[in-house]
Design a protein around this ligand. Structure first.
Ligand SMILES: Nc1ncnc2c1ncn2[C@@H]1O[C@H](COP(=O)(O)OP(=O)(O)O)[C@@H](O)[C@H]1O
Ligand SMILES: [Mg+2]
Length: 234
């Protein structure tokens, strides 16, 4: 993680000096290059900070009623442009066979974070395996069970897959196979957010075939017992 942070800080520092030079020399291409690096690194930094903030929170969530489909759509649309840059389409049929909104009592920002992390991992795995081809696939599916009392979200990719002996380790904090490009926080924070909702996050995967992550979430938290309390914005 320290390498990852140092990379970001180095990128920010470098782009700020480059921007200064570009401005002094009225050099548009230098300014544009500086802006690209600045943009990329501020996104990485804010994503890292959000994961860290989520990990630093007590086991508490800010529950509110919302349409689960909207939360997923927002996250999908955020990841879509960078996936497209690598020739990857994210399939998500926001309504599918559903006619009614999928109302759920969830911490929408937390669940948004989970979906982003799952999608970014799927895209990373697909890029690594299908780099430079158009064979990469990522899809998101949702369904309801138990008369709407449980929502199930699955992300499916045909990336490089995960060997079974790593199934437990991937949820550990700081476990990453991406070297300096990974933080190893995404799945740890996601699992924690889901479990605070009293849901489950599980994985099934086959090396060379792909990976599926499944989130099961209860849609109601009628018994607001002690472990679930509302906290104000961080
Ligand atoms: N969809 C996936 N396909 C293959 N490997 C995955 C997938 N999602 C997660 N992993 C593995 O789990 C590890 C931990 O993921 P994560 O906690 O998000 O950290 P990071 O993405 O920073 O490495 C990844 O480094 C990768 O090895
Ligand atoms: Mg990740």
């Amino acid at each position: 993680l320290s390498h990852y942070i140092k990379n970001i800080l180095g990128g920010l520092e470098g782009s700020v000096s480059l921007l200064r030079m570009g401005i002094d020399a009225s050099d548009d291409s230098m300014m544009n290059e500086a802006w690209d690096t600045l943009d990329k690194n501020q996104k990485r930094l804010s994503s890292l900070m959000l994961d860290l903030l989520n990990l630093a929170k007590e086991d508490s969530i800010d529950l509110g009623m919302c349409d689960f489909c909207d939360v997923i759509s927002e996250a999908v649309e955020l990841v879509r442009p960078s996936a497209r840059e690598h020739g990857i389409e994210i399939d998500f049929d926001s309504r599918g066979a559903l006619e009614e909104p999928l109302l759920a009592e969830i911490d929408s920002r937390g669940i948004h974070r989970v979906i982003l992390n799952l999608l970014r991992n799927a895209v990373d795995a697909v890029i690594e395996r299908h780099h430079g081809t158009d064979q990469g696939r990522v899809s998101v599916e949702i369904k309801a069970e138990n008369n709407g009392a449980t929502l199930i979200l699955t992300t499916v990719d045909n990336g490089h897959g995960i060997p079974p002996e790593q199934f437990d380790r991937i949820f550990e904090m700081f476990h990453t196979t991406k070297g300096d490009r990974g933080t190893g926080l995404g799945l740890a924070v996601s699992k924690r957010i889901i479990e605070t909702h009293r849901g489950t996050l599980s994985v099934s995967s086959q090396v060379g075939v792909g990976t599926t992550f499944s989130v099961r979430l209860p849609t109601r938290h009628l018994d607001t017992s002690t472990s679930i309390i509302n906290i104000t914005d961080l």
